[in-house]
Design a protein around this ligand. Structure first.
Ligand code: ASP
Ligand code: MG
Length: 426
């Protein structure tokens, strides 16, 4: 049994949906679970809709809904030329549910409201693809991920309840995979439900994680994530010419890359797969015969390729105790508590005798709150719009290449990792 995951880029228009159907048709897998994301940038579009409605901006909300509706209908027209095809009624039912949510004022907790509305990106996507697969005589069962992926109610970042999810998988997915000629289950990535049946989401780009969760519960043979790139590259091709594809990499190294901000796979994806030694393949949907990249427990074949990870729009804070004390565990623990309270994740940190420097993602709503809390006991200096460059397996010659003459504001080095915080402009 194999788990396939298709992201938004793989279902961005009619021809892409046809391509997905071909990949499924031609796969040699005898039992298949398919995890699907919202189409193209529809999650962003739903986020904007949620925001407009939450702020009570009726006109903007109406226009945003129209945009979402038209996107899906335009995508469907070439797939279902018959205007009375059942697919249109199915999509209408989902859009009506969205309208019903929008007819009421938003819940007072934005994050909870978000989790009510945002799943419709995935629900629409799976409904359209399911209808198309039936049209192509690809037999399958569409199963609502909210009946499978059980979570807590930490809105927008729900944590999986593994025991409940395992039970749901055994009761609903396994039986669907044992009957019929070549059983296929189609479900949504990114979404789940709490114990009361409220929809939840697993964090942006969370569909990869769903694929890993299901693969774990089903003891799948492997997971294939279909992407718009040839595999795992050693840098973002938008940032660097001459990128190299990494053919094989260990779970540990993949986790490190994801941790430092490589965006190719959701960071939580690897661990469940590693625990059951389920290999993860990253393959190009434009060329399914290509080998892609393999992430597995095989350490020996792994190449030590230099990998470059860029994080943009970073803020650097330097924190100095007002009472002229040295940086010690006591004031550090105060500082960490303040960061935790404002929910700001630290990307890099370093201390000297009298100052503690912290780098984190800029442009966060909580920034001014953080600053206020710190300023009671500390003098704080800060710089915005910096770049954090991480190089794994670095060579000395790589450094000048990425710096381009820029000054390093903060640097950290271990045998395998070099991190440099530099000014934004080259
Ligand atoms: N549709 C969700 C997002 O765009 C989940 C995913 O694509 O993995 O974040
Ligand atoms: Mg995506």
């Amino acid at each position: 049994m194999i788990v396939f995951k298709f992201g938004g880029a793989s279902v961005k228009d009619g021809p892409s949906v046809q391509n997905v159907a071909n990949i499924i048709k031609q796969s040699p897998a005898t039992r298949l679970v398919i995890v699907l994301s919202a189409m193209d940038k529809m999650t962003n579009a739903f986020e904007a809709l949620a925001m407009h409605h939450f702020k009570g901006n009726v006109e903007k909300s109406r226009r945003q809904f129209e945009l979402i509706r038209n996107f899906h209908l335009d995508l469907m027209h070439p797939l279902f030329p018959n205007p009375s095809h059942e697919a249109y009624a199915a999509v209408d039912r989902l859009l009506n549910e969205v309208t019903t949510i929008l007819a009421k004022p938003a819940l007072s907790d934005f994050d909870q409201f978000y989790d009510q509305l945002i799943p419709y990106g995935e629900l629409l996507s799976t409904q359209i693809v399911s209808q198309y697969l039936y049209k192509e005589n690809i037999n399958h069962r569409l199963i609502d991920a909210r009946t499978i992926v059980a979570t807590d109610d930490k809105w927008r970042e729900a944590r999986v309840d593994w025991d409940a999810t395992q039970k749901n998988t055994n009761h609903h997915i396994l039986p669907a995979l044992t009957s019929g000629q070549r059983p296929i289950v189609l479900t949504q990535g990114f979404i789940g439900a709490d114990a009361h049946g409220n929809s939840t989401t697993l964090g942006r780009e969370g569909s990869d994680y769903t694929a890993a969760v299901l693969a774990y519960c089903l003891n799948a043979e492997k997971v294939v994530i279909w992407k718009d790139v040839p595999g795992l590259l050693n840098a973002d091709p938008k940032m660097m010419a001459n990128t190299v594809k990494i053919n094989e990499i260990s779970y540990g190294e993949a986790m490190e890359l994801a941790y430092y901000g490589a965006t190719i796979i959701h960071p939580k994806t690897i661990k469940p797969l590693e625990n059951k030694k389920i290999p993860l393949l990253i393959k190009p949907f434009s060329d399914p015969a290509e080998a892609g990249s393999v992430i597995s427990s095989n350490e020996t074949k792994a190449q030590a390729v230099a990998c470059y990870i860029y994080k943009f729009d970073q803020t650097l804070l330097s924190i100095t105790p007002r009472d002229f004390s040295f940086i010690n565990t006591e004031n550090l623990s105060d500082i960490f508590l303040i960061f935790k309270k404002h929910n700001i994740k630290i990307n890099m940190m370093q201390n000297s005798a009298i100052s503690f420097s912290v780098c984190f993602d800029g442009n966060q709503d909580e920034f001014s709150g953080l600053l206020n809390s710190l300023q009671n006991n500390f003098r704080v200096l800060y710089n915005h719009h910096l770049q954090l460059i991480t190089i794994r397996n670095h060579q000395q010659s790589d450094i000048e290449k990425v710096l381009g003459g820029r000054k390093i504001l903060l640097e950290q080095r271990s045998r395998s990792t070099l991190q440099m915080l530099v000014s934004g402009q080259e």
